[in-house]
Design a protein around this ligand. Sequence first.
Ligand code: FMN
Length: 180
Amino acid sequence: MKVLLLNGSPRKNGNTAYATKTIVEGIEKNSSSTIQTINVVDFKVSGCIACDGCKANDGNCVIPDDTKNIVDKVLNADAVIFATPVYWWGMTSQLKAVVDKFYSSASKFSKQNKKIGVIAIGADSVDGKQYSLISDQFTCICSFLNWEKIFDLPFSASNLDDLQKSKESSKTLTNIHKFF
Ligand SMILES: Cc1cc2nc3c(=O)[nH]c(=O)nc-3n(C[C@H](O)[C@H](O)[C@H](O)COP(=O)(O)O)c2cc1C
């Protein structure tokens, strides 16, 4: 299976970066699936302006950026893991900008039955409302695009190295390979 991991964190040495690295190591070591990571902050993705230009322009945004590049990577993956810090009870704006650009290819996506995983990392404890809000948002996105959400995991971590200090969280992240 070809797995794409979209890391929505702007911090290159934070908790989502650690989660990303641990998931990749687990899959590379224990699964025949391949995994590619995209740090969305390394791509220029402009905010959707609802002009429909992408639909008439082979998926290219009217604002020159990396929309087509990143959406094509999602189109080519069998499974996509969305990993995001919680920002104001939701995913980061950088990751949401990418999700908004799925608009350019929604009809193609809906024929793909893609498998989806969600990792949300916030400072609050995992019973906080933000995790169910993010979970529900991805449930709706998956329902709309005819995708299948295969896991959806909340983690509590605030300081840069909080997640890696937790043996239990590290084990859960390493074991994500079992889904693939
Ligand atoms: C702008 C901003 C908004 C945040 N909003 C929330 C929030 O609503 N709920 C929460 O639990 N944590 C919130 N946090 C804390 C981060 O989710 C948390 O520190 C996370 O571990 C950061 O991930 P990172 O290390 O990958 O950057 C916020 C942090 C920032 C910078």
